[in-house]
Design a protein around this ligand. Structure first.
Ligand SMILES: [Zn+2]
Length: 199
């Protein structure tokens, strides 16, 4: 038998329910927890982008990408300035959101994100702000593909010295999505054909 934990007697009271609701609201106001964000992401892009992009998408918010601002703390690199623009410290927020090249990409794409709202200090909070208002799955598929592409492009530049322009990157990201969509559609079409043949 369960009991209501929010009153001493263990009985449910409307007043205590209200108190719990207020606490939950305050928690939300305090900012997103990892659970909130992860839950939001699961709902939004479940099985709609290739697994390599899904695997990537939890990393920027969990400090799992080897950015220079972290590598310099561990004395792995001596220089923490972004290789693309040469102007700012290379962090997740910079590479995926605020570097000039990233901003061009975000703005040019169908997502039309602009950055008049000021400096983005936390990638996780930035994503959470979008999760609250954008529920379209197609939008999120493009969003994660682009984050992933920006990350690959940065690696290409650092390790291979390959500069790749914003339009090419955009095309590559959309191609990956399109290939994935087709690959997932064809098995269904084949199934339909088989059913048709059996008649
Ligand atoms: Zn930069």
């Amino acid at each position: 038998m369960w009991s209501w934990i929010w009153t001493r007697s263990g009985d449910f009271m409307v007043k205590s329910a209200y108190y719990v609701a207020l606490k939950e609201r305050d928690k939300e106001r305090a900012g997103p927890s990892n659970d909130n964000v992860n839950e939001g992401w699961k709902k939004l892009w479940k099985a709609q982008v290739p697994s390599k992009i899904q695997n990537f998408s939890w990393k920027p918010s969990n400090q799992a990408l080897p950015m220079r601002n972290n590598l310099i703390k561990r004395q792995i690199v001596m220089d923490y300035i972004c290789k693309r623009c040469g102007e700012e410290v290379e962090s997740v927020e910079h590479v995926l959101v605020q570097c000039k090249e990233a901003q061009r990409l975000w703005y040019l794409l169908p997502l039309r994100l602009s950055f008049n709202q000021g400096v983005v200090t936390s990638f996780k909070d930035w994503v959470w702000n979008h999760i609250k208002i954008i529920k379209d799955k197609g939008w999120w598929n493009i969003f994660w593909s682009l984050c992933w592409t920006l990350w690959l492009a940065m690696n290409d530049l650092i390790f291979n010295g390959v500069e790749c322009n914003v339009m090419v990157r955009m095309g590559k990201a959309l191609n990956v999505l399109e290939e994935y969509r087709r690959a997932n559609e064809f098995p269904k079409l084949r199934e339909k054909k088989k059913v048709g043949e059996g008649k």
